[in-house]
Design a protein around this ligand. Structure first.
Ligand code: AHR
Length: 508
């Protein structure tokens, strides 16, 4: 009792009021590993993502192979672990065979997804060697729109074949002796959408995916397969996933989900309430996975690959520089919201790919002379340091708010992870109140909390502030170490309004 009173008076002394929120850490209550693939990315043939973004033959900033050196450095610092390619909508009209062999003999084709002309100068070998240079895992998405099962099967042979066979030999002839060993393959992109070339109903898609996956595995039994799940959440999104899961369970390793959000109403708190939808999608699909596996003795595990996610709502039309969103401070906070959702569901979300890497809806933005880092770059890089940690099942109490008729939502959006080896707990706290600082009591249950606390904080007055060339420093995080007053194995921390904070707490 005395302790409680001491704590209350201390907090009152500091903040003039009792802490309104409470976060309880128990490192023994874990959800699942934050899989390294949670920090995936995506590079589509679209606008200046590939050409001018990651690849610029003969450019002053490029190496002998044509890869932009400055972009490579920024990608490495971002902590990307797996890279999806070549689309996106683009892949549903893509013939991978156009993009191999001598570059000057490769055909130029109309890009039916995004307009313009695809020169095919960047193809399978250029992509896979780019991944090797970066040390990231490649993830190839097949053409399940206008493409064929045979093409998909042969693509695996080209990349992974180690015998003397036609497509493996062609790879050798093109200069690559050793198989690339591509482990992750997507069975098409957004086939549930009417905008997709070769859009299918769920039955037809599932049949294609099953046969394509089977044929691909006959070339390499070790590959992991991702079925195309919902990308739009209209009336029958649940039915699409149900059919796909029912037909492909036993074959696939992941089902994909896609979500883009935007602050269309210019309402900050509503914008950051999107976690309610995202977590709803995750929970529903997790239930559907359990349902198809129910009654089986030893089902093949299926996880969620959230393989397209981001803020995207401004640069959507023709003539917008092809999805070249200029991100602002509130968009950076949304990165925290997405990762908090994924971390809280780390038992089922085992991959997530930000869409996209450079220029088109991306954290890195180039021109011929250089690049700048968009505000969204910084939280992505920082959350990435938690890969491999155990996600924690935290108790969180916080003041709430409501959007429309939805259930109350906590102003403090929190996730936590534990690095067992280092004895460090990371608390990721997004304060999505536009007006209110929120003081929180943070209690620790297992082990003893140290007073030395690392603080990483994004906190800006102007929600709409942006970066540009030569001016990409102002929205960067502040990093400091504080000596917190630990009492009763806990401390009190004030989370400023509209801010994102990552606390690094040592537990001995
Ligand atoms: O990432 C941009 C586009 O968004 C992708 O091509 C498509 O899959 C999604 O609709």
């Amino acid at each position: 009792m005395r302790m409680i009173l001491a704590f209350l008076s201390l907090a009152t002394a500091i903040y003039g009021q009792q802490p309104e929120a409470r976060i309880k850490i128990d490192t023994e209550r874990t959800i699942g590993e934050v899989h390294p693939y949670m920090f995936g990315n995506f590079a589509e043939h679209l606008g200046r993502v590939i050409y001018g973004g990651i690849y610029e033959e003969g450019g002053p900033l490029s190496d002998a192979q044509g890869y932009r050196r400055d972009t490579m450095k920024a990608v490495q610092d971002l902590g990307v672990t797996i890279l999806r390619w070549p689309g996106g909508n683009f892949v549903s009209g893509y013939n991978w065979k156009d993009g191999i062999g001598p570059k000057d003999q490769r055909p130029a084709r109309p890009d039916y997804a995004w307009g313009g002309v695809e020169t095919n100068r960047f193809g399978t070998d250029e992509f896979l060697q780019y991944c090797e240079r970066l040390g990231v895992a490649p993830y190839i998405c097949i053409n399940a729109g206008l493409g064929s099962i045979e093409d998909a099967r042969n693509w695996v042979e080209y990349c992974n074949g180690d015998r003397k066979t036609y497509w493996a030999d062609l790879r050798r002839k093109n200069g690559r002796e050793k198989p690339y060993g591509v482990k992750v393959w997507g069975l098409g992109n957004e086939l549930d959408g009417s905008w997709q070339m070769g859009h299918k109903n769920a039955e037809d898609y599932a049949k294609f995916a099953l046969e394509a996956g089977k044929a691909m595995r006959w070339n390499d039994a070790s590959i992991k397969l991702i079925a195309s799940g919902s990308s739009n959440f209209g009336a029958d999104w649940i039915g699409w996933n149900r059919t796909v899961l029912e037909k492909t369970a036993g074959l696939i390793d992941y089902i994909s989900l896609h979500t883009y959000i935007g602050n269309r109403e210019n309402d900050f708190e509503r914008f950051l309430a999107a976690s309610q939808n995202i977590e709803h999608y995750i929970r529903v699909v997790q239930g559907q996975i359990e349902a198809v596996q129910s009654g089986q003795r030893n089902p093949r595990p299926i996880y969620i690959a959230y393989d397209e996610w981001n803020v995207w709502y401004r640069a959507r039309g023709e003539g917008d520089g092809r999805l070249e969103e200029i991100y602002n401070y509130e968009d950076a906070l949304a990165m925290g919201m997405f990762f908090n959702c994924f971390f809280r569901h780390a038992d089922i979300v085992k991959m997530a790919n930000l869409a996209q890497l450079v220029n088109g809806i991306a954290p890195i933005f180039t021109n011929k002379a250089g690049l700048f880092l968009q505000p969204i770059y910084f939280p992505i890089a920082e959350y990435g340091k938690q890969r491999g940690n155990m996600s924690l099942d935290l108790l969180v109490r916080s003041p709430t708010y409501s959007v429309d008729n939805r259930p109350p939502l906590k102003y403090l959006d929190v996730s936590g992870t534990y690095n067992v080896k280092e004895g460090v707990v990371y608390l990721n706290v997004l304060n999505r109140s536009e007006k209110m600082d929120i003081a929180s009591r943070i209690d620790n249950v297992a082990g003893t909390l140290d007073g030395e606390v690392g603080v990483w904080e994004m906190n800006q007055a102007d929600l709409k502030a942006t970066h540009t060339f030569g001016d990409d420093k102002k929205l960067r995080p502040a990093v400091r170490t504080i000596a917190a007053a630990v009492d009763g194995n806990g401390l009190t921390y004030n989370f400023p309004k509209h801010s994102l904070t990552i606390l690094r707490l040592r537990v001995k």
